[in-house]
Design a protein around this ligand. Structure first.
Ligand SMILES: O=P(O)(O)OC[C@H]1O[C@H](OP(=O)(O)OP(=O)(O)O)[C@H](O)[C@@H]1O
Ligand SMILES: O=c1cc[nH]c(=O)[nH]1
Ligand SMILES: [Mg+2]
Length: 208
C-alpha cells in the first residue's frame, strides 16, 4: 500500500490558510499556490537518491553529490499549472510534461483532452501535480495515462486531499506515494472539498 504523507510545516500551514481564505485576491492566490508547491518539493525531496560527483572548487577538489534520477513534473491541467513554477524553482533542471483533464460537473468523471511528455520520462522520477485530490478520479486517470506509456516511477503531489480521494488513489495505484499539504474532511454533494479552497482552476485563472 502506498504511503500518504500530510506535510506538517508552519510555513505551509500559513500559506494554506491564505489560499483557503475566500477574500484572498488572485495575485496572492497564484503566488501562494506556487510557493506551497516549492515548499512541498523541498520536504519530499529528502529521500531523493544522490550519486557522488567530484568537482573542483576555486580552492581544491571536492567530493559532492548530484541527483541520481532525472525529474519530470507533470501538472494536471489546468490547476496543476499553478504549482509548477514553485516546484521548478526548487528543481530547475526538471522537465515538464502535461496531462489535460477536466472533471464532468454532473458525473464527476474525468475526461482527457491532452497528454505530452518529455522523451526520457521513462527513466525519470515523475511528480504528478494537482492541487485538488477530491474524488481521486482525475489523479487516478492521469497516473493510468502514464502507466499505459510504461512510466512507473511516480509520486502524487497535491495541496488538499480527502479520505475518498486517497482511498481511490491507493486502490487504483497502490505503488504511488501521496504527498499533501492538508487532509480535509469530506466532499459535498457537488463534489467540492470541505472546507477546501473552492474551485482552484477558476481562482488561479479568473474564469468565474
Ligand atoms: O479528484 P477529482 O474529483 O477528479 O477532482 C479534482 C480535479 O478537479 C479539478 O480540476 P477541474 O476538472 O475543475 O479542471 P480545471 O483544473 O481545468 O478547472 C482539480 O484541479 C482536479 O484536477
Ligand atoms: O473542491 C474542489 C474539488 C475539485 N476541484 C476543485 O478545484 N476544487
Ligand atoms: Mg476547476
Amino acid at each position: 500500500m502506498s504511503k500518504v504523507v500530510v506535510l506538517n510545516h508552519p510555513l505551509i500551514d500559513h500559506k494554506m490558510t491564505i489560499i483557503r481564505d475566500k477574500n484572498t485576491g488572485s495575485k496572492q492566490f497564484r503566488e501562494s499556490v506556487s510557493e506551497i508547491g516549492g515548499l512541498i518539493t523541498y520536504e519530499i525531496s529528502r529521500d531523493f537518491e544522490t550519486v557522488p560527483k567530484v568537482v573542483e572548487s576555486p580552492v581544491c577538489r571536492v567530493d559532492g553529490f548530484e541527483l541520481a534520477k532525472k525529474i519530470v513534473i507533470v501538472p494536471i491541467l489546468r490547476a496543476g499549472l499553478g504549482m509548477v513554477d514553485g516546484i521548478h524553482d526548487m528543481i530547475p533542471h526538471a522537465k515538464i510534461g502535461h496531462i489535460g483533464l477536466y472533471r464532468d460537473e454532473e458525473t464527476l468523471q474525468p475526461h482527457t483532452y491532452y497528454a505530452k511528455f518529455p522523451t526520457d520520462i521513462k527513466e525519470s522520477l515523475v511528480l504528478v501535480v494537482d492541487p485538488m485530490l477530491a474524488t481521486g478520479g482525475s489523479a487516478s486517470a492521469a497516473i493510468t495515462i502514464l502507466k499505459d506509456r510504461g512510466i512507473y516511477n511516480i509520486r502524487y503531489v497535491g495541496l488538499v486531499g480527502t479520505p475518498e480521494g486517497i482511498k481511490k488513489l491507493q486502490e487504483d495505484h497502490p505503488d504511488v506515494d501521496i504527498y499533501l499539504a492538508a487532509l480535509d474532511s469530506h466532499l459535498n454533494e457537488e463534489g467540492y472539498i470541505v472546507p477546501g479552497l473552492g474551485d482552484c482552476g477558476d481562482r488561479l485563472f479568473g474564469t468565474k
